[in-house]
Design a binder for this molecule. Sequence first.
Ligand SMILES: [Fe+2]
Length: 151
Amino acid sequence: MSQNLNAKLNELVSTYSVLYTKLHNYHWYVSGPSFFTLHDKFEELYNETTANLDELAERILSRDAKPVATLREHLEQSLIAEAEGKETAEQMVGTIVADFKTIMNALNETMSIAGEEGDDRTEDMLNAMYQSIEKHTWMLNAYLGESVSAQ
Ligand SMILES: [Fe+2]
């Protein structure tokens, strides 16, 4: 049981690590009329990503387990793909929205497992990450001109 939670947390560590590099890629290579807006937004997001990455890894250590800490393992275990290097500004935002949805699903699954184990601290930490990413997703969708589904 507990190993399952550690494995899920490590999957998130790897995913946030890939996201961190991907957001730098987009921060550096975004171009066009939205450059200034997106260049700054991607920086804000990678700063939050590295804070979350650190929090996840240190939570794993607090649970007496070992966080994944090599790029090779991060790439193997990540739930999201790296940047392709040819994305337009709009595609970058669309890709981040899709990645955030993947991460929200993983956060939800991991929260359920933490809940089953009675690990409230991990559950709270993941819930805070979920709320923040959910808000970013709304904003990025608004940027893309996509309305929130009425559900
Ligand atoms: Fe920069």
